[in-house]
Design a protein around this ligand. Structure first.
Ligand SMILES: [Mg+2]
Length: 388
């Protein structure tokens, strides 16, 4: 079996005005992502996803060019089953042979950001192909499932102090026993964020798990004050409290509160996660397969999290491709306890797949279709492709 072609498409799905939401990232008018298709000489197609921006609305043109012109050519004609070797070749660029011969990585100089996102898309497509060619769901190639089903949490929560309770209660009415809301710079002050959280808790009652996500926008002092003000809310976790490149700020916060700290959706490669663990900065680690380096890197991070005896909760806010990539790894990890289900409008998750991912009574069953279990609808693929 050989890799015959690697194609990257920028997908941009419009979101109807009534379903758009606004956060610190701005108003989400479209949902964007890069869909990678790897074709083999025996007629199979594997799918992967790369992101230019979390929550999308980023410009994906440079990512498409990088994947097609830089990452793809050295892999053409190679065996798609040699996935870890392919990852190393893409990561090391022109020094791939040298690195593989020495048994150490000699990464390309521009080794983070779009490059690793692109590597991850190709990598995930190779895993998809591997699962399809064995006729088994990807989770079986990762050691098999540790869970028959996992609870999901509804991820949204942009409402103000007067509407947040009703917004989150509408999620629990759909069967979710856990919900996540946004806080931080989208509010005028820490006090406003705290008031919204306390209003949410009052509306939800004591039994619903409640998480908060600040998208890395609090100063360390603000994060400490917020954690103190919401002490009575019994939060399941405080996600991305402070600026992501200052891992020690999160570590300092974690040392002052018993609210579990979550992070990782914007981090790149297992090396950045190793730093988080080294500094004891988080309790819940959240790699995004579309940014972190694909299934290969996500499963390596799951192993690090298992070793540290912490919680693995992949970031699943993307198209159905990165959602499924993270989900398969989660089902294969004993450290996964809950899955993210975005309740923001997301046509790439809910409309693009021929069979959209299912959530019933707030729970997700272990995947059973071969590979990732993703096939795109051809009509939407054409309609939503942005020419590059
Ligand atoms: Mg988040």
């Amino acid at each position: 079996m050989k890799i015959e072609a690697i194609e990257a498409r920028w997908l941009r799905a419009p979101i109807p005005e009534a379903s758009q939401h606004t956060s610190d990232f701005g108003r989400l008018r479209t949902f964007d992502g890069v869909l990678v298709t790897v074709r083999t000489d025996d007629g199979r197609e594997g799918f992967g996803e790369a992101k230019a921006a979390v929550g999308s609305a980023g410009d994906c043109a440079s990512l498409v060019t990088l994947i097609e012109r830089e990452l793809a050519p050295p892999l053409l004609g190679r065996d798609p089953r040699r996935i870890t070797e392919a990852w190393e070749r893409m990561y090391c660029g022109t020094r791939g042979d040298l690195a593989l011969a020495r048994g150490r990585s000699f990464p390309d100089v521009a080794r983070r950001g779009p490059r690793v996102a692109g590597i991850g898309a190709v990598d995930t497509a190779l895993w998809d192909l591997a699962g399809q060619s064995h006729g088994v769901p990807l989770v079986e190639l990762l050691g098999g499932k540790c869970h028959d089903e996992l609870p999901a949490y509804a991820s949204g929560g942009w409402g103000d102090v007067d509407s947040i309770g009703a917004e989150l209660s509408s999620f629990t009415k759909r069967g979710f026993a856990a919900v996540k809301m946004r806080v931080g710079a989208m509010d005028k002050s820490v006090e406003v964020s705290a008031a919204r959280v306390l209003a949410a808790r009052a509306a939800l009652g004591p039994d619903v798990e409640l998480m908060v996500d600040a998208h890395g926008t609090c100063s360390l002092a603000e994060a400490k004050r917020f954690a103190r003000l919401v002490e009575s809310a019994g939060l399941r976790w405080f996600e991305e409290p402070t600026m992501l490149d200052d891992v020690r700020a999160a570590a300092e916060l974690r040392a002052t509160t018993d609210i579990p700290i979550a992070m990782g959706e914007s981090l790149s490669t297992r090396f950045e996660f190793a730093e988080v663990l080294h500094h004891r900065a988080a309790d819940v680690l959240q790699p995004d397969a579309g940014l972190v380096g694909g299934v290969t890197e996500t499963r390596r991070i799951a192993a690090l999290v298992e070793t540290a005896q912490l919680e693995f909760a992949p970031h699943l806010w993307g198209s159905a491709v990165s959602y499924l990539a993270g989900l398969h790894v989660a089902f294969a990890s004993p450290s996964a306890r809950i899955l993210e289900v975005s309740l923001g409008a997301n046509p790439l998750l809910r409309e693009l797949p021929e069979s959209p991912p299912e959530v019933r009574d707030g729970k997700v069953k272990a995947p059973t279709a071969p590979g990732l279990g993703f096939r795109p609808r051809a009509d939407l693929l054409e309609a939503w492709t942005v020419p590059v």
